[in-house]
Design a protein around this ligand. Structure first.
Ligand code: ADP
Ligand code: MG
Length: 595
Protein backbone atom coordinates (compact mmCIF):
# COMPACT_ATOMS: atom_id res chain seq x y z
CA UNK A 1 0.00 0.00 0.00
CA UNK A 2 1.30 3.50 -0.78
CA UNK A 3 1.85 5.90 2.10
CA UNK A 4 -1.19 8.09 2.71
CA UNK A 5 -2.11 10.71 5.27
CA UNK A 6 -4.82 9.29 7.53
CA UNK A 7 -8.25 10.84 7.29
CA UNK A 8 -9.14 13.31 10.06
CA UNK A 9 -11.68 10.77 11.37
CA UNK A 10 -9.26 7.85 11.70
CA UNK A 11 -6.52 10.04 13.15
CA UNK A 12 -8.82 11.42 15.82
CA UNK A 13 -10.01 7.92 16.77
CA UNK A 14 -6.43 6.76 17.18
CA UNK A 15 -5.62 9.77 19.34
CA UNK A 16 -8.81 9.29 21.34
CA UNK A 17 -7.79 5.71 22.07
CA UNK A 18 -4.86 6.96 24.12
CA UNK A 19 -7.05 9.02 26.42
CA UNK A 20 -10.28 7.02 26.46
CA UNK A 21 -9.57 3.39 27.14
CA UNK A 22 -12.82 2.48 28.91
CA UNK A 23 -15.79 4.14 30.61
CA UNK A 24 -13.80 4.92 33.74
CA UNK A 25 -11.34 7.02 31.69
CA UNK A 26 -14.26 9.24 30.69
CA UNK A 27 -15.32 9.59 34.31
CA UNK A 28 -11.75 10.41 35.33
CA UNK A 29 -11.29 13.12 32.69
CA UNK A 30 -14.67 14.74 33.32
CA UNK A 31 -14.16 14.74 37.08
CA UNK A 32 -10.71 16.29 36.61
CA UNK A 33 -12.30 19.05 34.53
CA UNK A 34 -14.85 19.69 37.28
CA UNK A 35 -12.11 19.90 39.91
CA UNK A 36 -10.09 22.26 37.70
CA UNK A 37 -13.24 24.38 37.29
CA UNK A 38 -13.29 24.99 41.05
CA UNK A 39 -16.42 22.90 41.72
CA UNK A 40 -17.34 21.93 45.27
CA UNK A 41 -20.10 19.47 44.43
CA UNK A 42 -19.45 16.83 41.76
CA UNK A 43 -22.05 14.23 40.83
CA UNK A 44 -21.46 11.20 38.65
CA UNK A 45 -24.23 9.01 37.25
CA UNK A 46 -23.73 5.97 35.06
CA UNK A 47 -25.84 3.34 33.34
CA UNK A 48 -24.71 -0.11 32.20
CA UNK A 49 -21.29 0.32 33.70
CA UNK A 50 -20.87 3.59 31.82
CA UNK A 51 -21.09 1.88 28.44
CA UNK A 52 -24.50 3.41 27.74
CA UNK A 53 -24.49 6.57 29.79
CA UNK A 54 -22.16 8.70 31.92
CA UNK A 55 -23.07 12.11 33.29
CA UNK A 56 -20.84 14.36 35.37
CA UNK A 57 -22.48 17.47 36.85
CA UNK A 58 -20.62 20.21 38.70
CA UNK A 59 -21.10 23.64 40.22
CA UNK A 60 -17.82 24.99 38.87
CA UNK A 61 -17.05 28.11 36.82
CA UNK A 62 -18.78 26.86 33.64
CA UNK A 63 -17.71 27.50 30.06
CA UNK A 64 -18.44 30.96 28.56
CA UNK A 65 -20.94 30.75 25.68
CA UNK A 66 -18.32 32.02 23.24
CA UNK A 67 -15.95 29.14 24.04
CA UNK A 68 -18.14 26.03 24.17
CA UNK A 69 -17.26 24.87 20.67
CA UNK A 70 -13.60 25.56 21.17
CA UNK A 71 -13.58 23.32 24.24
CA UNK A 72 -14.07 20.32 21.92
CA UNK A 73 -11.16 21.11 19.61
CA UNK A 74 -8.06 19.02 20.04
CA UNK A 75 -5.27 20.86 21.91
CA UNK A 76 -7.54 23.63 23.10
CA UNK A 77 -7.28 24.43 26.76
CA UNK A 78 -7.73 27.35 29.11
CA UNK A 79 -5.07 25.96 31.45
CA UNK A 80 -1.79 26.85 29.82
CA UNK A 81 -0.50 29.10 27.07
CA UNK A 82 3.29 28.97 26.80
CA UNK A 83 5.73 26.08 26.71
CA UNK A 84 7.06 27.51 29.96
CA UNK A 85 3.72 26.87 31.66
CA UNK A 86 4.21 23.19 30.86
CA UNK A 87 7.04 23.10 33.38
CA UNK A 88 4.74 24.41 36.12
CA UNK A 89 1.44 22.55 35.88
CA UNK A 90 -0.93 23.19 38.76
CA UNK A 91 -4.14 21.90 37.18
CA UNK A 92 -5.14 18.28 36.58
CA UNK A 93 -5.77 18.90 32.87
CA UNK A 94 -3.44 20.72 30.51
CA UNK A 95 -3.29 18.76 27.26
CA UNK A 96 -6.62 20.01 25.90
CA UNK A 97 -7.40 16.54 24.63
CA UNK A 98 -10.06 15.01 26.85
CA UNK A 99 -13.25 16.59 25.52
CA UNK A 100 -12.10 16.20 21.90
CA UNK A 101 -11.19 12.56 22.48
CA UNK A 102 -14.41 11.69 24.30
CA UNK A 103 -16.49 13.44 21.65
CA UNK A 104 -14.73 11.53 18.86
CA UNK A 105 -15.90 8.15 20.16
CA UNK A 106 -19.37 8.82 21.63
CA UNK A 107 -22.43 11.08 21.61
CA UNK A 108 -21.75 14.00 23.94
CA UNK A 109 -24.08 16.65 25.33
CA UNK A 110 -22.58 19.61 27.16
CA UNK A 111 -24.84 21.95 29.11
CA UNK A 112 -22.94 24.75 30.75
CA UNK A 113 -23.34 28.24 32.12
CA UNK A 114 -20.55 30.56 33.15
CA UNK A 115 -21.18 32.17 36.52
CA UNK A 116 -21.27 35.72 35.08
CA UNK A 117 -23.52 34.96 32.08
CA UNK A 118 -27.34 35.12 32.23
CA UNK A 119 -28.06 32.02 30.20
CA UNK A 120 -26.34 28.74 29.44
CA UNK A 121 -25.54 26.80 26.29
CA UNK A 122 -26.36 23.28 25.14
CA UNK A 123 -24.06 21.65 22.62
CA UNK A 124 -24.46 18.17 21.20
CA UNK A 125 -21.85 16.26 19.18
CA UNK A 126 -21.91 12.78 17.64
CA UNK A 127 -18.62 11.13 16.69
CA UNK A 128 -16.97 14.54 17.03
CA UNK A 129 -19.43 16.34 14.68
CA UNK A 130 -21.66 19.07 16.11
CA UNK A 131 -25.36 18.27 15.69
CA UNK A 132 -27.08 20.82 17.96
CA UNK A 133 -26.31 24.13 19.60
CA UNK A 134 -28.90 26.13 21.52
CA UNK A 135 -29.37 28.33 24.56
CA UNK A 136 -30.32 26.51 27.68
CA UNK A 137 -31.22 27.39 31.25
CA UNK A 138 -29.30 25.88 34.13
CA UNK A 139 -27.58 27.09 37.29
CA UNK A 140 -23.92 28.10 36.90
CA UNK A 141 -21.76 25.05 36.33
CA UNK A 142 -21.45 22.26 33.81
CA UNK A 143 -23.05 18.92 33.03
CA UNK A 144 -21.42 16.63 30.48
CA UNK A 145 -23.37 13.58 29.29
CA UNK A 146 -21.60 10.86 27.34
CA UNK A 147 -23.77 8.23 25.64
CA UNK A 148 -23.03 5.10 23.61
CA UNK A 149 -19.30 5.06 24.21
CA UNK A 150 -17.36 3.58 21.26
CA UNK A 151 -20.58 3.39 19.14
CA UNK A 152 -18.39 4.15 16.11
CA UNK A 153 -15.37 2.03 17.17
CA UNK A 154 -16.64 -1.57 17.23
CA UNK A 155 -13.14 -2.93 17.87
CA UNK A 156 -12.96 -1.03 21.15
CA UNK A 157 -16.51 -1.88 22.17
CA UNK A 158 -15.72 -5.57 21.86
CA UNK A 159 -12.95 -5.29 24.43
CA UNK A 160 -15.03 -3.74 27.18
CA UNK A 161 -15.40 -6.01 30.21
CA UNK A 162 -18.58 -6.89 32.07
CA UNK A 163 -20.70 -4.05 33.42
CA UNK A 164 -19.66 -4.79 36.96
CA UNK A 165 -15.98 -4.73 36.10
CA UNK A 166 -16.41 -1.36 34.40
CA UNK A 167 -18.36 -0.15 37.45
CA UNK A 168 -15.51 -1.23 39.66
CA UNK A 169 -13.04 0.85 37.69
CA UNK A 170 -15.34 3.85 37.93
CA UNK A 171 -15.72 3.33 41.70
CA UNK A 172 -11.95 3.22 42.04
CA UNK A 173 -11.44 6.54 40.24
CA UNK A 174 -14.15 8.29 42.17
CA UNK A 175 -12.89 7.15 45.55
CA UNK A 176 -9.38 8.23 44.56
CA UNK A 177 -10.51 11.76 43.82
CA UNK A 178 -12.66 11.83 46.95
CA UNK A 179 -9.51 11.02 48.95
CA UNK A 180 -7.37 13.55 47.08
CA UNK A 181 -9.93 16.34 47.56
CA UNK A 182 -11.69 15.87 50.93
CA UNK A 183 -12.95 19.46 50.65
CA UNK A 184 -15.20 18.51 47.73
CA UNK A 185 -18.35 16.45 47.87
CA UNK A 186 -18.44 13.56 45.38
CA UNK A 187 -21.59 11.57 44.70
CA UNK A 188 -21.77 8.42 42.57
CA UNK A 189 -24.75 6.42 41.40
CA UNK A 190 -24.99 3.41 39.11
CA UNK A 191 -28.26 2.62 37.32
CA UNK A 192 -30.15 5.00 39.58
CA UNK A 193 -28.76 3.51 42.79
CA UNK A 194 -26.57 5.75 44.99
CA UNK A 195 -23.38 3.86 45.81
CA UNK A 196 -21.02 6.45 47.25
CA UNK A 197 -20.97 9.92 48.72
CA UNK A 198 -18.07 11.70 50.35
CA UNK A 199 -18.83 14.18 53.15
CA UNK A 200 -16.96 17.14 51.61
CA UNK A 201 -16.01 18.46 55.07
CA UNK A 202 -12.26 18.70 54.37
CA UNK A 203 -11.44 15.75 56.64
CA UNK A 204 -9.58 12.94 54.91
CA UNK A 205 -10.26 10.58 57.80
CA UNK A 206 -14.01 10.96 57.21
CA UNK A 207 -13.53 10.16 53.53
CA UNK A 208 -11.62 7.02 54.54
CA UNK A 209 -14.56 6.00 56.72
CA UNK A 210 -16.89 6.20 53.71
CA UNK A 211 -14.44 4.34 51.48
CA UNK A 212 -13.09 1.65 53.84
CA UNK A 213 -15.58 1.59 56.72
CA UNK A 214 -15.57 2.75 60.30
CA UNK A 215 -13.02 0.28 61.65
CA UNK A 216 -10.34 1.26 59.18
CA UNK A 217 -11.19 4.94 59.39
CA UNK A 218 -10.75 4.88 63.16
CA UNK A 219 -7.57 2.83 63.14
CA UNK A 220 -5.44 4.62 60.54
CA UNK A 221 -2.62 6.86 61.74
CA UNK A 222 -2.24 10.40 60.45
CA UNK A 223 1.19 10.91 58.93
CA UNK A 224 3.24 13.28 61.08
CA UNK A 225 3.72 16.42 58.97
CA UNK A 226 7.31 16.68 57.93
CA UNK A 227 9.08 18.85 55.38
CA UNK A 228 12.12 17.54 53.55
CA UNK A 229 14.41 19.64 51.46
CA UNK A 230 15.07 18.86 47.85
CA UNK A 231 18.58 19.29 46.58
CA UNK A 232 19.50 22.59 45.01
CA UNK A 233 21.59 23.03 41.88
CA UNK A 234 22.70 25.90 39.66
CA UNK A 235 19.39 26.25 37.87
CA UNK A 236 17.18 24.97 40.70
CA UNK A 237 17.00 26.71 44.04
CA UNK A 238 16.39 24.44 47.02
CA UNK A 239 12.72 23.60 47.48
CA UNK A 240 10.58 21.66 49.91
CA UNK A 241 8.70 18.42 49.68
CA UNK A 242 5.88 17.65 52.05
CA UNK A 243 4.25 14.30 52.82
CA UNK A 244 0.77 14.02 54.37
CA UNK A 245 -2.01 11.43 54.59
CA UNK A 246 -2.86 8.32 56.59
CA UNK A 247 -1.27 4.90 57.01
CA UNK A 248 -2.51 1.75 58.69
CA UNK A 249 -0.97 0.64 62.00
CA UNK A 250 1.00 -2.63 61.69
CA UNK A 251 -1.96 -4.54 63.15
CA UNK A 252 -4.04 -3.73 60.08
CA UNK A 253 -2.95 -5.16 56.78
CA UNK A 254 -4.20 -6.42 53.46
CA UNK A 255 -3.42 -9.23 51.07
CA UNK A 256 -2.08 -6.97 48.29
CA UNK A 257 -0.59 -3.57 47.49
CA UNK A 258 -3.85 -2.31 45.99
CA UNK A 259 -4.68 -0.41 49.17
CA UNK A 260 -1.67 1.86 48.84
CA UNK A 261 -2.90 5.02 47.15
CA UNK A 262 -0.50 7.75 46.10
CA UNK A 263 -1.11 11.34 45.05
CA UNK A 264 1.37 13.86 43.78
CA UNK A 265 0.13 17.44 43.95
CA UNK A 266 -3.48 16.22 43.99
CA UNK A 267 -3.03 13.83 41.08
CA UNK A 268 -3.41 10.08 41.56
CA UNK A 269 -0.27 8.34 40.36
CA UNK A 270 0.77 4.77 39.80
CA UNK A 271 4.38 4.60 40.93
CA UNK A 272 5.98 1.30 41.91
CA UNK A 273 8.96 3.01 43.45
CA UNK A 274 6.90 5.15 45.84
CA UNK A 275 4.70 2.16 46.63
CA UNK A 276 7.89 0.37 47.58
CA UNK A 277 8.91 3.32 49.76
CA UNK A 278 5.68 2.82 51.73
CA UNK A 279 5.99 -0.96 52.12
CA UNK A 280 9.66 -0.58 52.96
CA UNK A 281 8.74 1.67 55.88
CA UNK A 282 6.86 -1.33 57.34
CA UNK A 283 9.89 -3.55 57.02
CA UNK A 284 9.79 -6.26 59.73
CA UNK A 285 6.53 -4.82 61.12
CA UNK A 286 4.12 -6.84 58.98
CA UNK A 287 3.69 -10.58 58.50
CA UNK A 288 5.19 -11.81 55.24
CA UNK A 289 3.12 -11.20 52.10
CA UNK A 290 0.85 -8.71 53.86
CA UNK A 291 0.68 -5.05 52.83
CA UNK A 292 -0.37 -1.83 54.51
CA UNK A 293 -3.28 0.39 53.65
CA UNK A 294 -2.06 3.89 52.97
CA UNK A 295 -3.14 7.17 51.43
CA UNK A 296 -0.02 9.22 50.87
CA UNK A 297 -0.01 12.72 49.43
CA UNK A 298 3.22 14.19 48.18
CA UNK A 299 3.30 17.94 47.71
CA UNK A 300 6.18 19.58 45.93
CA UNK A 301 6.76 22.62 43.72
CA UNK A 302 5.19 21.95 40.29
CA UNK A 303 8.49 22.60 38.51
CA UNK A 304 10.04 19.63 40.34
CA UNK A 305 7.68 17.11 38.79
CA UNK A 306 6.98 16.34 35.14
CA UNK A 307 3.37 15.26 34.67
CA UNK A 308 3.50 15.30 30.89
CA UNK A 309 4.71 11.70 30.53
CA UNK A 310 1.62 9.87 29.31
CA UNK A 311 -1.73 10.92 27.78
CA UNK A 312 -3.64 9.43 30.74
CA UNK A 313 -1.35 11.40 33.09
CA UNK A 314 -1.07 8.51 35.59
CA UNK A 315 2.71 8.53 35.58
CA UNK A 316 5.00 11.32 36.67
CA UNK A 317 8.73 11.94 36.68
CA UNK A 318 10.50 13.66 39.54
CA UNK A 319 13.49 15.93 39.18
CA UNK A 320 14.91 14.33 42.32
CA UNK A 321 13.25 10.92 42.61
CA UNK A 322 15.57 9.75 45.39
CA UNK A 323 14.62 12.66 47.61
CA UNK A 324 10.92 11.94 47.10
CA UNK A 325 11.48 8.26 47.88
CA UNK A 326 13.34 9.11 51.08
CA UNK A 327 10.77 11.69 52.15
CA UNK A 328 7.90 9.20 51.79
CA UNK A 329 9.73 6.37 53.50
CA UNK A 330 10.91 8.57 56.33
CA UNK A 331 7.52 10.17 56.97
CA UNK A 332 5.74 6.81 57.06
CA UNK A 333 8.39 5.13 59.19
CA UNK A 334 8.44 7.97 61.67
CA UNK A 335 4.66 7.92 61.94
CA UNK A 336 4.71 4.18 62.62
CA UNK A 337 7.40 4.52 65.27
CA UNK A 338 5.79 7.43 67.05
CA UNK A 339 2.08 6.80 66.58
CA UNK A 340 1.78 3.06 66.17
CA UNK A 341 -0.11 1.43 69.03
CA UNK A 342 2.07 -1.66 68.65
CA UNK A 343 5.32 -1.22 70.52
CA UNK A 344 8.01 -1.43 67.88
CA UNK A 345 10.84 -1.85 70.33
CA UNK A 346 10.83 -1.60 74.08
CA UNK A 347 13.69 -0.59 76.30
CA UNK A 348 14.98 -3.43 78.45
CA UNK A 349 14.38 -2.92 82.16
CA UNK A 350 17.44 -1.45 83.90
CA UNK A 351 17.52 -4.03 86.66
CA UNK A 352 16.93 -7.48 85.29
CA UNK A 353 14.08 -9.28 87.06
CA UNK A 354 14.42 -12.04 84.50
CA UNK A 355 17.29 -13.16 82.32
CA UNK A 356 17.86 -10.93 79.26
CA UNK A 357 17.05 -13.87 77.04
CA UNK A 358 13.77 -14.52 78.81
CA UNK A 359 12.90 -10.83 78.64
CA UNK A 360 13.52 -10.76 74.93
CA UNK A 361 11.39 -13.80 74.47
CA UNK A 362 8.52 -12.25 76.39
CA UNK A 363 8.72 -9.15 74.20
CA UNK A 364 8.61 -11.32 71.15
CA UNK A 365 5.65 -13.28 72.34
CA UNK A 366 3.82 -10.08 73.11
CA UNK A 367 4.56 -8.65 69.69
CA UNK A 368 3.42 -11.85 68.10
CA UNK A 369 0.17 -11.82 70.01
CA UNK A 370 -0.48 -8.21 69.05
CA UNK A 371 0.34 -8.68 65.38
CA UNK A 372 -1.86 -11.69 64.96
CA UNK A 373 -4.90 -9.92 66.39
CA UNK A 374 -7.50 -9.45 63.70
CA UNK A 375 -7.62 -5.84 62.54
CA UNK A 376 -9.95 -3.55 64.40
CA UNK A 377 -10.23 -5.60 67.54
CA UNK A 378 -9.98 -3.51 70.68
CA UNK A 379 -6.62 -3.85 72.34
CA UNK A 380 -4.81 -2.05 75.09
CA UNK A 381 -1.29 -1.20 74.18
CA UNK A 382 1.66 -0.13 76.17
CA UNK A 383 3.11 3.20 75.23
CA UNK A 384 6.41 3.00 73.47
CA UNK A 385 8.95 4.94 75.53
CA UNK A 386 10.33 7.97 73.74
CA UNK A 387 13.78 7.85 72.22
CA UNK A 388 13.71 4.19 71.31
CA UNK A 389 14.37 3.55 67.67
CA UNK A 390 13.56 0.46 65.69
CA UNK A 391 16.30 -1.69 64.24
CA UNK A 392 17.62 -0.17 61.04
CA UNK A 393 16.71 -2.05 57.89
CA UNK A 394 20.09 -1.30 56.33
CA UNK A 395 21.81 -4.60 56.81
CA UNK A 396 18.81 -6.80 56.18
CA UNK A 397 18.37 -8.41 52.80
CA UNK A 398 15.18 -9.31 50.92
CA UNK A 399 13.48 -12.16 52.71
CA UNK A 400 12.64 -14.24 49.67
CA UNK A 401 16.24 -14.93 48.71
CA UNK A 402 17.44 -18.44 49.45
CA UNK A 403 20.51 -18.95 51.60
CA UNK A 404 23.86 -20.16 50.35
CA UNK A 405 25.36 -23.17 52.17
CA UNK A 406 26.55 -21.97 55.58
CA UNK A 407 29.19 -23.25 57.99
CA UNK A 408 28.26 -23.04 61.66
CA UNK A 409 30.99 -21.34 63.69
CA UNK A 410 29.39 -21.41 67.12
CA UNK A 411 26.71 -20.11 69.48
CA UNK A 412 26.52 -16.67 71.06
CA UNK A 413 24.77 -15.96 74.38
CA UNK A 414 22.80 -19.19 74.02
CA UNK A 415 20.59 -17.20 71.64
CA UNK A 416 22.34 -16.68 68.32
CA UNK A 417 24.15 -18.94 65.91
CA UNK A 418 27.23 -17.51 64.24
CA UNK A 419 27.73 -18.87 60.72
CA UNK A 420 29.78 -18.00 57.68
CA UNK A 421 29.11 -18.30 53.98
CA UNK A 422 30.72 -17.17 50.73
CA UNK A 423 29.13 -13.72 51.24
CA UNK A 424 30.37 -13.07 54.76
CA UNK A 425 29.06 -13.56 58.28
CA UNK A 426 25.54 -14.45 59.38
CA UNK A 427 24.21 -13.96 62.89
CA UNK A 428 21.12 -16.17 63.16
CA UNK A 429 18.41 -15.85 65.80
CA UNK A 430 17.89 -19.51 66.74
CA UNK A 431 14.30 -19.12 67.92
CA UNK A 432 13.17 -17.06 64.91
CA UNK A 433 14.97 -19.46 62.57
CA UNK A 434 13.24 -22.45 64.09
CA UNK A 435 9.88 -20.70 63.74
CA UNK A 436 10.55 -20.14 60.05
CA UNK A 437 11.50 -23.79 59.53
CA UNK A 438 8.39 -25.08 61.33
CA UNK A 439 6.23 -22.60 59.48
CA UNK A 440 7.25 -23.81 56.06
CA UNK A 441 6.96 -27.47 57.11
CA UNK A 442 3.44 -27.00 58.50
CA UNK A 443 2.39 -25.03 55.44
CA UNK A 444 3.50 -27.86 53.17
CA UNK A 445 1.66 -30.42 55.31
CA UNK A 446 -1.52 -28.40 55.12
CA UNK A 447 -1.29 -28.07 51.35
CA UNK A 448 -1.02 -31.84 51.04
CA UNK A 449 -4.08 -32.34 53.25
CA UNK A 450 -6.41 -30.17 51.09
CA UNK A 451 -9.38 -27.95 52.08
CA UNK A 452 -12.25 -28.60 54.43
CA UNK A 453 -15.48 -26.64 54.36
CA UNK A 454 -17.61 -25.91 57.39
CA UNK A 455 -21.32 -25.08 57.21
CA UNK A 456 -22.58 -22.15 59.29
CA UNK A 457 -25.28 -23.00 61.84
CA UNK A 458 -27.58 -20.68 59.93
CA UNK A 459 -26.99 -19.13 56.51
CA UNK A 460 -25.74 -15.61 57.14
CA UNK A 461 -26.38 -12.57 54.96
CA UNK A 462 -23.29 -10.39 54.62
CA UNK A 463 -23.47 -6.90 53.20
CA UNK A 464 -20.49 -5.89 51.11
CA UNK A 465 -19.31 -2.97 49.06
CA UNK A 466 -20.45 -3.22 45.45
CA UNK A 467 -16.84 -3.73 44.41
CA UNK A 468 -16.36 -6.73 46.71
CA UNK A 469 -19.75 -8.26 45.89
CA UNK A 470 -19.17 -8.13 42.15
CA UNK A 471 -15.71 -9.64 42.43
CA UNK A 472 -17.02 -12.56 44.48
CA UNK A 473 -19.93 -13.10 42.10
CA UNK A 474 -17.52 -13.37 39.21
CA UNK A 475 -15.57 -16.13 40.97
CA UNK A 476 -18.35 -18.04 42.76
CA UNK A 477 -17.46 -21.35 41.15
CA UNK A 478 -13.74 -21.20 41.83
CA UNK A 479 -14.43 -20.17 45.42
CA UNK A 480 -16.71 -23.19 45.80
CA UNK A 481 -13.73 -25.45 45.30
CA UNK A 482 -11.95 -23.62 48.13
CA UNK A 483 -14.77 -24.40 50.59
CA UNK A 484 -17.04 -21.36 50.13
CA UNK A 485 -20.76 -21.86 49.69
CA UNK A 486 -22.66 -18.64 49.08
CA UNK A 487 -25.05 -16.97 46.72
CA UNK A 488 -26.06 -13.42 45.72
CA UNK A 489 -28.88 -12.27 48.00
CA UNK A 490 -30.04 -9.06 46.32
CA UNK A 491 -28.18 -5.78 46.09
CA UNK A 492 -24.63 -6.12 47.36
CA UNK A 493 -25.50 -8.80 49.92
CA UNK A 494 -24.21 -12.37 49.83
CA UNK A 495 -25.89 -15.24 51.66
CA UNK A 496 -23.08 -17.31 53.15
CA UNK A 497 -23.83 -20.98 53.86
CA UNK A 498 -20.39 -22.46 54.41
CA UNK A 499 -16.82 -21.24 54.72
CA UNK A 500 -13.42 -22.92 54.63
CA UNK A 501 -12.83 -24.38 58.09
CA UNK A 502 -9.69 -22.34 58.51
CA UNK A 503 -11.66 -19.09 58.53
CA UNK A 504 -14.30 -19.93 61.13
CA UNK A 505 -12.75 -17.75 63.79
CA UNK A 506 -12.86 -14.64 61.61
CA UNK A 507 -15.93 -12.53 60.90
CA UNK A 508 -17.39 -13.71 57.55
CA UNK A 509 -17.36 -10.16 56.21
CA UNK A 510 -13.63 -9.80 56.80
CA UNK A 511 -13.03 -13.20 55.18
CA UNK A 512 -14.97 -12.19 52.08
CA UNK A 513 -13.22 -8.82 51.88
CA UNK A 514 -9.81 -10.44 52.07
CA UNK A 515 -10.79 -12.97 49.44
CA UNK A 516 -11.97 -10.19 47.13
CA UNK A 517 -8.73 -8.29 47.70
CA UNK A 518 -6.72 -11.37 46.77
CA UNK A 519 -8.82 -11.97 43.64
CA UNK A 520 -8.38 -8.37 42.55
CA UNK A 521 -4.62 -8.75 42.86
CA UNK A 522 -4.60 -12.11 41.10
CA UNK A 523 -3.40 -13.85 44.27
CA UNK A 524 -4.58 -17.16 45.70
CA UNK A 525 -7.48 -16.36 48.07
CA UNK A 526 -6.87 -17.26 51.71
CA UNK A 527 -3.14 -17.75 51.28
CA UNK A 528 -2.68 -15.06 53.93
CA UNK A 529 -5.24 -16.58 56.32
CA UNK A 530 -3.67 -19.99 56.03
CA UNK A 531 -0.33 -18.44 56.82
CA UNK A 532 -1.67 -16.65 59.89
CA UNK A 533 -3.24 -19.82 61.23
CA UNK A 534 -0.04 -21.74 60.66
CA UNK A 535 1.97 -18.96 62.29
CA UNK A 536 -0.18 -19.31 65.42
CA UNK A 537 0.49 -23.03 65.47
CA UNK A 538 4.20 -22.40 65.09
CA UNK A 539 4.23 -20.27 68.23
CA UNK A 540 2.86 -23.16 70.24
CA UNK A 541 5.25 -25.68 68.77
CA UNK A 542 8.54 -23.83 68.46
CA UNK A 543 10.88 -25.96 70.47
CA UNK A 544 14.11 -24.02 70.36
CA UNK A 545 13.94 -20.94 72.54
CA UNK A 546 16.36 -18.14 73.15
CA UNK A 547 18.60 -18.98 76.09
CA UNK A 548 18.87 -22.64 75.16
CA UNK A 549 22.33 -24.08 74.69
CA UNK A 550 22.58 -26.04 71.44
CA UNK A 551 25.12 -28.62 70.40
CA UNK A 552 27.14 -28.17 67.22
CA UNK A 553 25.10 -30.96 65.58
CA UNK A 554 21.79 -29.34 66.55
CA UNK A 555 22.90 -25.99 65.17
CA UNK A 556 24.04 -27.59 61.92
CA UNK A 557 20.73 -29.38 61.57
CA UNK A 558 18.79 -26.14 62.12
CA UNK A 559 20.93 -24.20 59.63
CA UNK A 560 20.52 -27.03 57.04
CA UNK A 561 16.75 -26.81 57.42
CA UNK A 562 16.84 -23.02 57.14
CA UNK A 563 18.77 -23.34 53.89
CA UNK A 564 15.82 -25.37 52.50
CA UNK A 565 13.33 -22.60 53.28
CA UNK A 566 11.81 -20.45 50.54
CA UNK A 567 11.95 -17.28 52.68
CA UNK A 568 14.69 -17.98 55.20
CA UNK A 569 15.39 -14.40 56.21
CA UNK A 570 12.25 -13.54 58.17
CA UNK A 571 10.24 -15.42 60.77
CA UNK A 572 6.53 -16.03 60.03
CA UNK A 573 5.67 -12.74 61.76
CA UNK A 574 7.95 -10.75 59.51
CA UNK A 575 10.84 -10.20 61.94
CA UNK A 576 14.35 -10.92 60.70
CA UNK A 577 15.81 -14.34 61.43
CA UNK A 578 19.32 -13.15 60.77
CA UNK A 579 21.69 -10.27 60.33
CA UNK A 580 24.12 -10.51 57.47
CA UNK A 581 27.48 -8.73 57.44
CA UNK A 582 28.98 -8.96 53.98
CA UNK A 583 32.68 -9.36 53.35
CA UNK A 584 32.69 -5.76 52.04
CA UNK A 585 30.96 -4.43 55.13
CA UNK A 586 33.41 -6.19 57.39
CA UNK A 587 36.33 -4.82 55.41
CA UNK A 588 34.83 -1.34 55.58
CA UNK A 589 34.26 -1.55 59.32
CA UNK A 590 37.88 -2.54 59.86
CA UNK A 591 39.16 0.19 57.56
CA UNK A 592 40.50 -2.32 55.04
CA UNK A 593 39.70 -0.12 52.03
CA UNK A 594 40.88 -0.76 48.50
CA UNK A 595 44.27 0.78 49.24
P1 ADP B 1 -7.91 20.27 29.50
O1 ADP B 1 -8.63 19.85 30.72
O2 ADP B 1 -6.63 19.56 29.32
O3 ADP B 1 -7.78 21.74 29.39
P2 ADP B 1 -10.26 19.30 28.13
O4 ADP B 1 -10.47 18.82 26.74
O5 ADP B 1 -10.53 18.35 29.22
O6 ADP B 1 -8.79 19.83 28.23
O7 ADP B 1 -11.13 20.59 28.36
C1 ADP B 1 -10.99 21.69 27.47
C2 ADP B 1 -11.40 22.99 28.15
O8 ADP B 1 -12.80 23.00 28.39
C3 ADP B 1 -10.78 23.19 29.51
O9 ADP B 1 -9.49 23.79 29.40
C4 ADP B 1 -11.79 24.12 30.18
O10 ADP B 1 -11.55 25.46 29.86
C5 ADP B 1 -13.11 23.71 29.56
N1 ADP B 1 -13.86 22.79 30.46
C6 ADP B 1 -13.98 21.47 30.33
N2 ADP B 1 -14.76 20.95 31.31
C7 ADP B 1 -15.15 21.98 32.08
C8 ADP B 1 -15.95 22.09 33.27
N3 ADP B 1 -16.54 21.03 33.85
N4 ADP B 1 -16.15 23.35 33.78
C9 ADP B 1 -15.57 24.43 33.20
N5 ADP B 1 -14.80 24.37 32.10
C10 ADP B 1 -14.58 23.17 31.53
MG1 MG C 1 -9.40 17.96 31.08
Amino acid sequence: MPIRVLSEEVASQIAAGEVVERPSSVVKELVENSIDAGASDIRVETRAGGKQFIRVTDDGCGVPAAEVELAFHRHSTSKLTTADDLARITTLGFRGEALASIAAVSRVTLVTRAADEPVGTLLRLEGGQMVTRQESGRPPGTAVTVEDLFFNVPARRKFLRSERTERRHIDAWLTRYAMAYPRLRFTLSHDGRAVFQSPGNDRLRDVLVTVHGLEVGAAVLEIIPDVQHLTSSVDHPASDIQVTGFVSPPSLHRANRGYITLFVNGRWVSDTRLTYAVTQAYHTLLPTKRYPLAVVMVHLPPEDVDVNVHPAKAEVRFRDGDAVFRAVQKAVRRTLLERSPVPVATRPPTAWPVSPARWREEQEERLTRLRLQPAGEQLRFEERPPGVTAPSGGILVPSAERLPPLRVVGQLGATYIVAEGPEGMYLIDQHAAHERVLFEQLLAERERAGVTSQALLEPQPVELTSETASLLEEHLEALGSLGFQMEPFGGTTMLVRALPAITVETAPRRVLEDVAAALEAGDVPLAGTVEEAVARQVCKRAAIKAGQVMTQAEMEELVRMLEQCASPRTCPHGRPTMIHLSVEQLAREFGRGNG
